[in-house]
Design a protein around this ligand. Sequence first.
Ligand SMILES: CC(C)(COP(=O)(O)OP(=O)(O)OC[C@H]1O[C@@H](n2cnc3c(N)ncnc32)[C@H](O)[C@@H]1OP(=O)(O)O)[C@@H](O)C(=O)NCCC(=O)NCCS
Length: 182
Amino acid sequence: MTQFSVVDSPRRTDPSAFGVRRAHESDALAITAVMNEPRVLRETLQVPHASPEHWMGIIKASQSPSHLQLVAVDKDLVVGFAGLYPFNNSPRTQHARSLALAVLPSHWGQGVAPLLMRSLLDSADNWLAVSRVQLTVFADNARAIALYRRNGFEVEGTARRFALRDGALVDALHMARIRDVH
Ligand SMILES: CC(C)(COP(=O)(O)OP(=O)(O)OC[C@H]1O[C@@H](n2cnc3c(N)ncnc32)[C@H](O)[C@@H]1OP(=O)(O)O)[C@@H](O)C(=O)NCCC(=O)NCCS
């Protein structure tokens, strides 16, 4: 499928060329560029033409230690954005977080997503005592599903006609990764 093409960038074999750090308010414009990119947008629940102010608001609202929002950087360029965040405020679900991830298409297939995933899962496993990480992915997003399976996520169920994409209601998978906390 053409949307998985990574021909627009030479393949890099050394993921250590990229850095990972917490997202700052000053990254709002760059994060907007990643999330508004059409091949990213279609695989998320974002709507077209989101503003930098929208993303600034999300970053500002996510500064508590239980929210983790990371960017991957190639020198000064933000090439990926990922989050691990509580999905409600109940004390009964503090062992669980939702995960979201996106990479600029020019940098697909270069190990950026695995790098972000490792950082999020290290925090979940070793610092936040999060034993359940969950996510939702469109059922035909083979690239993302393969990445999630490689990182221990399993399909828990299918949500039929979950969201509108390109004018059609499409299915999504609920996936989760369960770990014992010692
Ligand atoms: C999914 C996404 C985060 C992966 O980012 P990435 O940095 O390219 O991840 P990787 O470097 O691990 O590359 C993905 C792997 O999938 C493989 N892949 C490519 N097309 C594939 C396909 N159709 N099916 C399965 N695997 C595929 C690649 O070969 C690569 O494997 P490799 O490392 O062995 O080469 C990125 O494509 C993206 O941002 N997509 C749009 C947003 C999105 O889907 N987010 C997730 C929503 S839940």
